[in-house]
Every structure is written in C-alpha cells, then in structure tokens.
Design a protein around this ligand. Sequence first.
Ligand SMILES: Cc1cc2nc3c(=O)[nH]c(=O)nc-3n(C[C@H](O)[C@H](O)[C@H](O)COP(=O)(O)OP(=O)(O)OC[C@H]3O[C@@H](n4cnc5c(N)ncnc54)[C@H](O)[C@@H]3O)c2cc1C
Ligand code: FES
Length: 282
Amino acid sequence: METLTDPAVIDQMTPIPFRVRSVREELSHTFTLELEPPDGAFEFLPGQFTMVYAFGIGEVPISISSSASQTGTILQTIRRTGAVTHALGRLKSGDYVGIRGPYGTPWPMDDIEGRDLLIIGGGIGLAPLRPAVYHALENRDDYERVVILYGTRTPDDILFEKEQRSWGDRTDLSTLMTVDAADRGWNGAVGVVTRLIGRVGFDPANTTAMVCGPEIMMTVTAERLIEGHSMAPENIYVTMERNMKCAIGVCGHCQFGSKFICTDGAVFPFPEVAGLFDIKGV
Ligand SMILES: Cc1cc2nc3c(=O)[nH]c(=O)nc-3n(C[C@H](O)[C@H](O)[C@H](O)COP(=O)(O)OP(=O)(O)OC[C@H]3O[C@@H](n4cnc5c(N)ncnc54)[C@H](O)[C@@H]3O)c2cc1C
Ligand code: FES
C-alpha cells in the first residue's frame, strides 16, 4: 500500500506553478482566479477539481468553474473561509499558485446525451456546475431540455449574475432564480430553490439532475425530485465536500466507509452518498 512518503506519491503531490492572470471579485466573500498553466494547456472534465496551494500557507481542493473546452486558462471561484482561501484572495495578477490535478469524478455529460438536463445550484454551488452548463450549451444538440435553477440567500449573493441573466435570455434553455430573503428592489421569486422545480417543464423519466450546494439543500432537493417528481434516485448526481490532504486516494483523510471522496467522487450518484450527508467531518 502506498504512503505519503513514497517517492512516486510525493511526485504526484508536487504542485506545478500556475501564473495568476487575473483576480475578479464576484461577491463580497467570493472571487475568481484566472490561472495560466505553464505549458499552455490544462485538460479537465466538467465537475473536476484541483488542489490549489497558496505558497507557504496551505493547500485546498477547489472545483474548476470554467469551460473544459477552454484549456488555455482555467477559472477557480473561491469563497474566503479560512487561512488558505483568504491567502488566495490576496493574490494579484502576476503572482503564482501551486496547482495539481485535475482530480475527481466528472459530471456524467457523455452518459446522459439525449436526456433532459436539470442543473440545480445553491449559492457558490453554481461554480462547480458552470462547466456542465458550458458543456451543454457548446453541445446543445446532444441534450433535450436544459433547465438551470438557482437559489441563494439574498439578491446581493447571486453568483455570476450577469451571466445567469444572459442564459435567461436564450431560447434553448430555461432558467429560474430565487432568493431566501428579498429586499425592496427584488421582483423575482422568493423562497428555497426546491420551490422552483414544479415551475419548469421536464420529463422526470428522461431527466438527469445535477445538484450542488450546501448539503441540506442537496438532500432536500434530491428528496423533492424523488418523492415529488418520481425521479429515479440514480439519475440524481450530487457533490460531496470534505477536507482533503492528498486527493489521490492515499492518506485516508477524506474516507467515508468504503469510499474516498477524492477518487470515488466528489461527484456521486445520490444513492451512493445519501446516508453520508449528515455525518460530519473526517
Ligand atoms: C472537491 C471539493 C471542491 C471544492 N470546491 C470549492 C470551490 O469551487 N470553491 C470554494 O470556495 N470552495 C470549494 N471547496 C471547499 C474548500 O476546499 C474549503 O472552503 C477550503 O478548504 C477552506 O480552507 P481554508 O483554509 O480557507 O479554511 P479552513 O480554516 O480550513 O476552514 C474554514 C471553514 O470552512 C470549513 N471547511 C474547510 N474545508 C472544507 C471543505 N472541504 N468543505 C466544507 N467546509 C470546509 C471549515 O470547517 C471551517 O468552518 C471544495 C471542497 C472540495 C472537497
Ligand atoms: S484526500 Fe487523501 S485519500 Fe482522499
């Protein structure tokens, strides 16, 4: 069995310096890094993540939020929570971060061609879903209906708002947005994102749902799709977020029973992880 001190493992865990091309503030606590790979291209699949190293501070898993067809730079959208993400948020254009990956399972874009696609994001959960949206739009004929539902706390917390509104102007997809609490300037929907599900047309028997957001939101959404809309649980995909160290299935840091979140996920069919959502920390 491999350990973290094996030379081959150390080699796999050595980050590669990526240049920061730009830093864009998205929301009050959320920013997007645009990163240039040293050899000009970085291949990944929608839904995968990288380990991002703030030199001298630490390393964290972050999903890629850009299109997998644009390999010249990658975007990573990050919420400031603790030491590492705050350090990443202080980076400037021309600085460097360490990147390794891509890691993890992708959204099942190829397996679901010909089906309706229901993409449901909560808060910053839209970031890991955005590559799936781009893939569906770039390969629009491969899917039937494409529906994007988004919920967040307040109108000030809407991630990628301008882009979401541009998706709303398209005739080849349906989008709906809601906030938990509105202010006086908001004339859109108010309430949790699950309330939007009944307002859009999709064929539950021929639909695959991809859901990303806080665990409670993913659980409630999956239950609503199963109980309220008779969707088969295996057609619902969710992501698991847990603390990670190696991200290559060696350290056991992210292990849940027989599953390693880093290599068996982080994208899972709902039935594989439904029982794990309320188990805290590893
Ligand atoms: C596969 C995967 C993909 C992710 N993608 C993104 C992303 O696209 N954008 C983004 O902003 N974040 C993402 N995260 C979460 C991100 O890794 C954590 O926010 C980060 O590790 C926090 O590190 P820190 O040192 O800044 O904060 P810490 O000081 O480590 O933690 C600050 C707070 O965040 C909590 N926390 C720490 N790590 C995690 C975690 N992995 N999941 C949930 N809560 C955590 C802690 O309990 C604490 O409350 C992802 C996590 C995983 C596992
Ligand atoms: S992070 Fe080491 S096994 Fe998953």
